[in-house]
Design a protein around this ligand. Structure first.
Ligand code: HEM
Length: 102
């Protein structure tokens, strides 16, 4: 379980258990849910309550404000934001300074 890392970029709006190569639990694979503000909130409040067979070892985030912050953070991890490395961002900044759009 610790040998695998799960990519959460773009998770908001994505079907559950859809990262290729990651070994999800049967519960998550068969859930048929799409991750959004509501479903993620339910999941991280009490993962094992929603999916008794989940492999996610998180006791649950009780505080609503904290959950909201986490969900906002996950929402900011779009595939687009992932595309650019630090170096690429610096280049884009330089381009902008000289009037280029990229
Ligand atoms: C607040 C902290 C966390 C958040 C917001 C979070 C979020 C998520 C989300 C959204 C998924 C579903 C991904 C998908 O369907 O592709 C997921 C799955 C998973 N997470 Fe977390 N996670 C957290 C903490 C943890 C921790 C502490 C662990 C392990 C130590 C962990 C291990 C896993 C595993 C193994 C899965 C797959 C679950 C399954 O197949 O049943 N997560 N997590």
């Amino acid at each position: 379980m610790y040998g695998q890392t799960l990519n959460l970029y773009g998770v908001v709006g994505r079907k559950a258990a859809s990262v290729a190569g990651f070994e999800y639990s049967e519960d998550l694979r068969k859930s048929g849910i799409v991750w959004n503000e509501v479903t993620i909130d339910k999941f991280i409040t009490a993962p094992k309550k929603l999916f008794p067979g989940t492999r996610m070892e998180l006791p649950g985030v009780e505080d609503e404000k904290t959950r909201r912050g986490i969900i906002r953070f996950l929402g900011s991890l779009s595939q687009k934001s992932r595309k650019y490395s630090f170096a690429e961002c610096q280049i884009m900044k330089l381009h902008k300074r000289v009037g280029m759009t990229r």
